[in-house]
Design a protein around this ligand. Structure first.
Ligand code: IPE
Ligand code: IPE
Ligand code: MG
Length: 239
């Protein structure tokens, strides 16, 4: 099992910013600020461990339900983060791709995203997907609509659709499925994250809040993964 010790693709649900701040008597927004800084370190740490793919869930299709104040704060943070991200991409030789329905964002933010993706297209050591306004159900519906359009236009036949072709219609096209999923801060659910892609991911849950999740915590998750039995579907052999 030696070849499986380092995961190829780590997916992270960064959770607990609000509770982390509340426990310190601070506003939730301060937790998001800390969480955002921590996201920068995560990319550096993942690169240092030699993991080639990283996906981070930063804003879900359900997160619009939060207060207007919190949503506006988050949008401001994302805008600033995405601007800084060119530097992070450069220093880590990291390609950045945003997954999710970005058409919901202001035009200027969409432009920042497109610029960043274009700027980092040639970087090869780490492939970083940032999930913004992402929901797995929404992604699958958009994929099905895209496929249906292609059938209507005579480019595809309904019977052609198999797992591989369906994956090509998803936002994550071309990226291998995550093999390790980490969720911080105690909740043990997927919250609409990569449900198609994580059919066989190992799930690691920790009570540590996202702003406190550092390199030492990441190593714990990766070590835990290294000890998992990664044969699935078929017969589990002893030894
Ligand atoms: C994660 O922290 C960040 C986002 C979902 C944007 P939360 O904001 O969910 O923090 P908790 O879970 O309420 O503590
Ligand atoms: C999941 O966290 C979404 C993101 C991390 C972006 P939430 O805090 O929004 O999820 P729930 O509400 O606990 O399911
Ligand atoms: Mg939460």
């Amino acid at each position: 099992m030696e070849e499986n010790r380092i995961p190829r693709h780590v997916a992270v649900i960064l959770d607990g910013n609000g509770r982390w701040a509340k426990a310190k008597g601070l506003p939730r927004t301060f937790g998001h600020l800390k969480g955002c800084t921590n996201l920068e370190s995560l990319c550096d740490d993942v690169k240092e461990l030699g993991i080639p793919y990283l996906t981070v869930y930063a804003f879900s299709t359900e997160n619009w339900k939060r207060s207007r104040h919190e949503v506006e704060w988050l949008m401001k943070l994302f805008r600033n983060y995405l601007r800084r991200c060119k530097k992070i991409a450069e220093r880590n030789d990291m390609r950045v791709s945003v997954i999710g329905d970005i058409s919901a964002f202001d035009e200027d933010m969409q432009k920042i995203i497109r610029d960043l993706e274009e700027f980092s297209r040639g970087f090869k050591t780490l492939y970083f997907q940032l999930a913004l306004n992402y929901g797995s159900r929404d992604e699958m519906l958009r994929a099905i609509r895209g496929f249906a359009e292609d059938v209507k236009d005579g480019k595809r036949l309904p019977g052609e659709l198999d797992e591989e072709l369906f994956s090509d219609y998803l936002d994550t096209r071309g990226v291998p499925d995550p093999d390790l999923m980490i969720r911080t801060s105690g909740e043990q659910r997927l919250s609409n994250f990569l449900m198609w892609q994580m059919a066989y991911a190992e799930f690691y849950f920790t009570d540590v809040a996202w702003p406190d999740f550092d390199m030492a915590e990441l190593k714990k998750a990766v070590d835990w993964f290294g000890n998992r039995e990664r044969r699935y579907g078929g017969v589990k052999e002893k030894g």
